[in-house]
Design a protein around this ligand. Structure first.
Ligand SMILES: [Zn+2]
Length: 169
């Protein structure tokens, strides 16, 4: 305010003004379209998941096998050399029990989220995924697990083409 302006004309609005219908509200769902390039390495990784296979990249200098694959070895500062297929088995590197969903709502049943070290890949190589067909108390770091795939007709080239990993009995 100033010496000349002692108050602003009009009515101050707060949240109750919306609830009481004092202002016009319009709602719509935006029709937004976008695309995202996954890149050469992850693009092939996702395509191979659709085929029911896990593919990695090998660096012939340090001999590491990288999964998810990358075209550049961050240890050697050089391009990786070849594609290699891995088995769809691994072990639990670490895990978490999630009681809250991604939109912060409470889950009726907890999700078991784990970093899976994939067999045949180098140490600490693997990816985050879900655990299934397992009881909370059974889950242990180092537990051997195998991928449970969606049927081929339902795969779309997503990490979720693997439904979850389950313990190897
Ligand atoms: Zn290397």
């Amino acid at each position: 305010m100033s010496e000349k302006v002692k108050y602003f004309p009009g009515k101050e609005l707060g949240p109750e003004a919306l609830d009481n219908g004092e202002v016009l509200i319009t709602r719509y769902i935006a029709d937004l379209k976008y695309s995202w390039a996954s890149g050469e390495a992850v693009g092939r990784f996702l395509s191979e998941l659709k085929n029911g296979r896990i593919v990695a990249r090998k660096c012939n200098r340090c001999k590491r096998i990288l999964v998810p694959p990358r075209m550049f070895c961050e240890d050697c500062f050089r391009d990786t050399d070849e594609w290699v297929y891995l088995r769809d088995t691994g072990s639990i590197n670490t895990y978490s029990i999630a009681h809250v969903g991604t939109d912060a709502h409470r889950l009726s049943a907890p999700l078991f989220v784990a970093v899976i070290s994939i067999d045949g890949a180098s140490e600490l190589m693997g990816f985050l995924h879900l655990l299934g067909e397992v009881e909370e108390k059974e889950i242990k770091v180092g537990m051997k697990v195998e991928a449970v795939w969606k049927p081929p007709s339902e795969r779309v080239g997503s990490i979720l083409d693997i439904k979850y990993f389950r313990p190897i009995k």
